[in-house]
Design a protein around this ligand. Structure first.
Ligand SMILES: CC[C@H](C(=O)O)C(=O)SCCNC(=O)CCNC(=O)[C@H](O)C(C)(C)COP(=O)(O)OP(=O)(O)OC[C@H]1O[C@@H](n2cnc3c(N)ncnc32)[C@H](O)[C@@H]1OP(=O)(O)O
Ligand SMILES: [Co+2]
Length: 136
């Protein structure tokens, strides 16, 4: 079902400082910050050629990143995002196997303008998994 690793997301306490670190110490090509209030995050993407890194900072009061940073103040790997061809079909298949799709189970539009869902980390050995629909 899963295809290419679209991105590895890293939660950070300070997006500007983290972006500068990746740019200056790793020579990374860091994109512009993008606020996604509906997801409670501000993101930047770093193109690594065959995949991407997504740096995530908490935005707003109900951000899923705020709790993560409270537990991991220095930040850390937050999720892995894999591409799927048909997200509705992927959700149906996953739910049939007992995997928990977070939220109401319906896909929402993510940072790349594509539908995304998240799978509970307890169902995948402690890894939060995002699926992003990429067609064609
Ligand atoms: C979509 C825009 C953008 C994109 O790429 O397009 C993004 O990626 S936005 C990314 C941010 N959005 C999300 O993370 C949405 C999905 N996340 C959630 O629904 C929650 O964060 C959830 C359910 C994973 C955890 O929330 P909860 O309130 O239940 O937090 P707890 O601290 O109580 O956690 C319960 C339990 O899970 C462990 N946990 C939490 N987060 C992670 C994680 N990222 N990776 C691995 N494990 C995680 C946490 O440690 C708790 O475990 P316990 O053993 O009970 O201590
Ligand atoms: Co993501």
């Amino acid at each position: 079902m899963i295809g290419r690793l679209n991105h590895v997301a890293i939660a950070v306490p300070d997006l500007a400082a983290a972006s500068a670190k990746y740019r200056e110490q790793l020579g990374a090509n860091v994109g512009a910050p993008q606020a996604l209030p509906e997801h409670g995050v501000t993101v930047v993407f770093i193109d690594t050629g065959n995949s991407k890194i997504e740096l995530l900072e908490a935005l707003g009061e109900n951000s899923p990143i705020a709790g993560f940073i409270a537990k991991n103040p220095a930040g850390g790997v937050h999720h892995l995002c894999f591409e799927v061809g048909d997200i509705a079909q992927a959700v149906e298949q996953l739910q049939a196997t007992g995997a928990r799709v977070l939220g109401d189970g319906r896909a929402r539009i993510g940072a790349h303008g594509n539908p995304v869902v998240f799978l509970h980390p307890k169902d995948f050995h402690g890894a939060l998994i995002e699926l992003e629909e990429v067609r064609g």
